[in-house]
Design a binder for this molecule. Structure first.
Ligand SMILES: [Zn+2]
Length: 189
């Protein structure tokens, strides 16, 4: 009688063990799907229809970011849709208004272009602000966010390794947490 009870307990324990193993086996196929979601780039649309003579430079700046990072992708907005990023031309100094990470308005200011600054570097730099990067001034030409402090001779439109890593991090796992936080940052230059 006593022995039979022990056997029954052992059998129950085995059943629990199998159920756990079954549970793990069933959960395993879900892992790659979760990974795919993490690796998929965050799509941000931009509207350069009001960027006037800087439209090609803006497209190039967006393409440079797409070449440089995996976590976010900039795409021209479809007609009639509201873009995450609006890009305009005006006569002031280039600047970016960031309403939240990945959202805002960029002005490609002719004042800097008249002084001789490179339009693709300006575009890429201002998009960098929308992607969460602050100015790093003064700084070398190898830094995109050194902006105008690298001088008019600097035409480098590419983010450096640290700048790329910062954007990857902002739009990677932390995106869901940081995206909702209001920023409302205005960055001149
Ligand atoms: Zn700046």
């Amino acid at each position: 009688m006593h022995v039979r009870t022990l056997v029954r307990c052992f059998t129950a324990a085995l059943a629990v063990t199998f159920a756990l193993a079954g549970g793990q086996a069933a959960a395993a196929p879900a892992a790659p799907a979760a990974e795919d979601r993490t690796l998929a780039p965050r799509i941000l649309t931009y509207d350069a229809s009001a960027a006037a003579e800087f439209r090609a430079a803006v497209d190039r700046g967006a393409a440079i970011w797409n070449e440089s990072v995996d976590a976010v992708e900039l795409r021209p907005v479809a007609a009639g849709q509201r873009a995450n990023i609006r890009i305009l031309a005006d006569n002031g100094w280039p600047r970016a208004y960031t309403s939240s990470l990945g959202n805002g308005t960029v002005y490609i200011g002719r004042q800097a272009v008249t002084q001789g600054y490179n339009t693709v570097r300006i575009s890429s730099h201002e998009l960098g602000h929308i992607l969460g990067l602050p100015d790093r001034k003064p700084g070398p030409c190898s830094s995109l966010m050194s902006g105008s402090t690298a001088g008019v001779a600097c035409t480098n439109p590419y983010p450096n390794a640290a700048e790329k890593a910062e954007v990857e991090s902002d739009f990677g796992g932390a995106f869901a947490r940081s995206a909702g936080a209001p920023r409302n940052v205005m960055t001149v230059g």
